[in-house]
Design a binder for this molecule. Structure first.
Ligand code: MN
Length: 308
């Protein structure tokens, strides 16, 4: 089991849908999203993780206010920079994995930056790329050197997802990411077999395959969600962003033979039953092909009460 041999075990903090800026004008709740983000980053530091993985919607608004963007940058600078050495190796071609970025390099591999805890993130539907240059807020964070933004696709017809390949000791991880795409469009692309996940050529069966996605998981209509059966069955673990209810304990899909973990949001953005559940983030440990997800309750999150 993971946890015995530290040098072979990836430790990853998992969170999603932080929605920085939600309710920012509220006199009482205005800072809630930043407070929760600070608690998440603090947990990353406390648990000495290799990196933090975010599943999209770091920002609530497509164009976050200056106050929120500033608050986010200040927290990333405070918690993620420093002298702690990076304990894993990056094996895939960064210039390909980050070809959509002006600096196609991981922040911790940049000689000019001193990164202690890398943050990796895909975008969500609230903070997706738009407008001139097809940029989103994560592009700003990536270029500033605070976040590694992956899973950005540029083609609307065909998607090929190549994984980030990471190795820590003997553990090899293939990390796939796909930023949010309109559900109907992605559903159609899956049906037409226009979504493919590339696999490493060497030692194909030795990799722990993890996929982070930000789409509707619940069926809202015939085509505006992504059925788990659409995803490749070679995957070991799917981190499902966008759905706000915390169902972080990995759920086994016996047809696809993979687990799905849905961390849920770190702030309640709607008055619904699912949002009244306690909010958690996860400490994921991966050793070889085994993993363990430990729930960490978020203590600063304002709780919604009652049945609605
Ligand atoms: Mn979302």
């Amino acid at each position: 089991m993971p946890g015995e041999d530290v040098d072979d075990t990836f430790k990853i903090l998992i969170a999603t849908d932080i929605h920085l800026g939600y309710g920012e004008k509220d006199a009482i709740r205005g800072n809630d999203s930043l407070v929760a983000f600070e608690e998440i980053l603090d947990n990353g530091k406390k648990h000495d993780v290799d990196f933090i993985l975010l599943g999209g919607d770091l920002f609530h608004e497509n164009k976050p206010s200056r106050k929120i963007l500033h608050g986010c940058l200040a927290l990333l600078r405070k918690y993620c920079m420093g002298d702690k050495p990076i304990q894993y190796e990056f094996l895939s071609d960064q210039s390909v994995d980050f070809s959509h970025c002006q600096f196609p390099i991981l922040n911790h591999e940049d000689q000019n930056l001193n990164v202690a805890t890398p943050v990796l993130s895909i975008h969500g539907n609230h903070d997706d790329p738009t407008g001139q240059g097809n940029l989103c807020a994560l592009d700003l964070l990536h270029t500033a050197g605070f976040v590694n933004y992956f899973g950005k696709t540029t083609s609307l017809e065909k998607i090929e997802i190549s994984p980030l390949l990471l190795q820590k000791g003997s553990t090899k991880m293939a990390l796939y990411g796909l930023g949010s795409i309109r559900d109907e469009r992605l559903h159609r692309m899956f049906l037409h077999k226009n979504v493919s996940m590339l696999r490493p050529k060497e030692d194909k069966d030795d990799w722990f395959n993890m996929f982070v996605i930000h789409q509707n998981r619940a069926k809202h209509g015939a085509t505006n969600y992504i059925p788990e059966q659409f995803l490749d069955d070679f995957l070991d673990l799917v981190i499902w962003g966008h759905e706000h209810e915390c169902r972080i304990d990995p759920e086994w899909n016996g047809i696809q033979n993979f687990y799905v973990s849905q961390p849920g949001s770190s702030i309640a953005t709607s008055l619904s039953e699912g949002e009244t559940a306690k909010k958690h983030i996860g400490l994921l440990q991966v050793k070889g092909k085994d993993f363990k997800m430990t729930k960490i309750p978020l203590e600063t999150v304002r709780h919604l009460y009652g049945s609605i």
